[in-house]
Design a protein around this ligand. Structure first.
Ligand SMILES: Nc1ncnc2c1ncn2[C@@H]1O[C@H](COP(=O)(O)OP(=O)(O)OP(=O)(O)O)[C@@H](O)[C@H]1O
Ligand SMILES: [Mg+2]
Length: 318
């Protein structure tokens, strides 16, 4: 059986600037894959290329074994793409918007009503079907966008930050719908800025500066790091972090509110010596613990290492 999504060495330039460089990934049918990365990392560019909406400068993409470049229409029929920006009409009602997309997709007339009812039920938007789209809450709009990209019954979903700006309760609702879709056999690739969402994915890819620099299950990504986190609560974490820049064993630190997370080796770290070094650097340690890294720690550590490499080589990393 072919992969649901297979990207090989995909690159994309805008003018002279490179937005994606050599991105390769295979996603199997039924997978839930999360794409994370900072603003401008290339997530939207990558998803649009996979959906056949944007050309690539180099590389190849196959969806269900079908080449995107040579058979764009066949690929589009298999894909549900939800864009980062809301793209439905604000002046139509919920049901009218779904009817409109069903026409665009040439859903047979006799099928339209049935499909729309099913989607409305599935997304629990039924009670709001006659509401003008501009009067929906943010979470409802996102659900409507999801319904719209399901109208032609695609098996592969590419969702670009589908829960951005949505309150936590609606976010949970949205995820329940995604789990239902998984149960029905969908393959889902979504980009997300939320680490708790990335944790729910079977695999996560981390995109930075247009490159996929890490990819694996949340558990394996954490294990690969061979590190733990020394979580220190102290008086002024930002100042403390600067004070540690010259303490080699403790220099990999980031501040979070009133905490400082210092990446340390998983084994061989001597907490007593560490605390002594912290106090030696003038840091007022109020509380501390050693714990497993979170996905966020993993990604921050990748960013940190890359910046350090870039600084050492005096240029941007490649
Ligand atoms: N049409 C365009 N013309 C020129 N540059 C572009 C264009 N679209 C994107 N870029 C650039 O390509 C890079 C990747 O952008 P992209 O939108 O794919 O990132 P992203 O990871 O989706 O970011 P965000 O999290 O903000 O949505 C950025 O540097 C962006 O400025
Ligand atoms: Mg984007």
């Amino acid at each position: 059986m072919s992969s649901a999504i297979e990207a090989i060495d995909v690159a994309r330039d805008y003018g002279g600037a490179s937005a994606l460089r050599g991105v390769s990934v295979s996603i199997e049918p039924g997978e839930l894959f999360g794409l994370v990365g900072p603003d401008g990392a290339g997530k939207t560019t990558f998803l649009r290329i996979l959906a056949g909406l944007l050309g690539m400068s180099a590389g190849s993409v196959r969806i269900d074994g079908i080449d995107v470049r040579s058979h764009p229409a066949q690929v589009k029929a298999r894909i549900g793409y939800m864009s980062q920006r809301f793209s439905l009409s604000e002046t139509l009602t919920v049901a009218e918007n779904l009817l409109y997309v069903s026409e665009i997709w040439h859903v047979p007339e006799g099928e339209r009503g049935k499909r729309i009812s099913r989607l409305l039920e599935f997304s629990r938007l039924g009670p709001f079907q006659d509401r003008l789209t501009r009067n929906l809450s943010g979470g409802m709009k996102q659900k409507l966008s999801l319904c719209a990209c399901l109208i032609h019954q695609p098996q592969i979903l590419l969702l670009d930050e589908p829960t951005i700006g949505v309150d936590p309760v609606s976010r949970r609702d949205f995820w329940l719908i995604l789990y239902d879709l998984m149960q029905e056999g969908s393959t889902i690739l979504l980009s997300t800025p939320y680490m708790d969402e990335a944790e729910r994915c079977g695999r996560v890819g981390f995109l930075l500066d247009g490159q996929l620099i890490a990819c694996g299950s949340p558990t394996s990504l954490k294990a690969e790091l061979h590190t733990a986190i020394l979580d220190v609560r102290c008086a002024d974490p930002r100042r403390a972090r600067r004070a540690l820049q010259h303490v080699p064993t403790l220099s990999d630190a980031v501040s979070f509110g009133e905490h400082m997370h210092i990446t340390i080796p998983r084994s061989g770290f001597d907490p007593d010596a560490g605390l002594q070094a912290l106090r030696g650097a003038g840091i007022d340690v109020r509380d501390w613990q050693i714990r497993e890294p979170s996905l966020e720690d993993v990604f921050l550590s990748y960013i940190h290492r890359r910046r350090a490499t870039a600084a050492d080589t005096g240029g941007s990393p490649s």
